[in-house]
Design a protein around this ligand. Structure first.
Ligand code: AMP
Length: 284
């Protein structure tokens, strides 16, 4: 039976007992409303570790003032059932007051990597992510923590933070899980009307066009971006926020794809902001 634990002290106590028995621990941080994308991370953790903790916490510090903190979908009973069916031991579901003291003064900031892509329209987002991930790593002290490539910039930033601050954890990146038509699974897909849901397939289609251009030998980022933008432009409900080709070290835009690159997009479909991406490494 999967336990739902709401206090930091209780999670620490459970993990301490596992550690005393010489057992390994995986952590899957989420904001809940779990779907098959989250499930793939949990499955991987259950396969790799003796025990798995899934955190379900809609983290207020990573939402800007006009974002969807209040309306973000929540369903703890559904989440608990999915976690249990997937074989994880504990759902850690703290309140915001349990996670954040009113007089906290410490921030965690990874320089530069958070200023491009989603950082442009969400300036405080990645500091909030780094803060909550740091706290979760300190609370659960996992051997491994699992993150989806769906949030590629987040994955790169968390990897860098863990390296820079010498967290003793292995960060495991997991592939994007998609709907049958290619749309990346996301808790925010529930915001889409039927018409918008049909239009949202344009994100993965546009990235396929960008990938085809790269696989055809094109190395100019401008040509890749244009191929993606052309497909997005054909969908009247799609308003692109960014289409970028960046390096995977510092998340800076590149002119020419020479090393590993991340092609990432954010697109508004109606009122909903969706993201998608792929990594590409040119053959030498
Ligand atoms: P979230 O609940 O949206 O904060 O996501 C929690 C974790 O699940 C993050 O590491 C996400 O990258 C990952 N994730 C979300 N959607 C997907 C997906 N479609 N495929 C793979 N991982 C995902």
């Amino acid at each position: 039976m999967t336990r739902v634990v709401t206090t930091i002290a209780e999670v620490r106590q459970i993990v301490r007992a596992w550690r005393a028995a010489g057992q390994t621990v995986g952590l899957v941080p989420t904001m809940g409303y779990l779907h098959e994308g989250h499930q793939s991370l949990i499955e991987r953790s259950v396969a790799d570790n003796d025990h798995t903790v899934v955190s379900v916490f809609v983290n207020p510090t990573q939402f800007g003032p006009n974002e969807d903190l209040e309306s973000y979908p929540r369903d703890l009973e559904h989440d608990r059932a999915l976690v249990e069916a997937t074989g994880a031991d504990v759902v850690f579901h703290p309140t915001p007051a349990e996670m954040y003291y009113p007089n906290r003064r410490t921030t965690v900031h990874v320089d530069e990597l958070g200023s491009e892509l989603c950082g442009k329209s969400r300036p405080i987002h990645f500091d909030g992510v780094c803060l909550v991930v740091s706290k979760l790593l300190n609370i659960v002290t996992p051997d491994r923590a699992y993150f989806g490539q769906k949030d590629a910039q987040q994955l790169l930033i968390v990897r860098r933070m863990v390296r820079d601050l010498s967290f003793g954890v292995e960060i495991v990146g997991c592939p994007i899980v998609r709907e049958a038509d290619g749309l990346a699974k996301s808790s925010r897909n529930t915001y889409l009307s039927d018409e918008e849901r049909a239009a949202a397939v344009v994100l993965s289609r546009s990235l396929a066009a960008g990938r085809a251009v790269l696989e055809g030998g094109e190395r100019r980022a401008s040509a890749v971006r244009q191929a993606v933008l052309d497909v997005l432009a054909a969908e009247p409900l799609a308003a692109p926020e960014y289409v970028e080709v960046v390096d995977t070290d510092d998340v800076n835009p590149v002119e020419t794809v020479e090393g590993e690159a991340l092609v990432a997009i954010a697109v508004r479909i109606g009122g909903t902001r969706l993201i998608d991406n792929f990594f590409f490494t040119p053959e030498v």
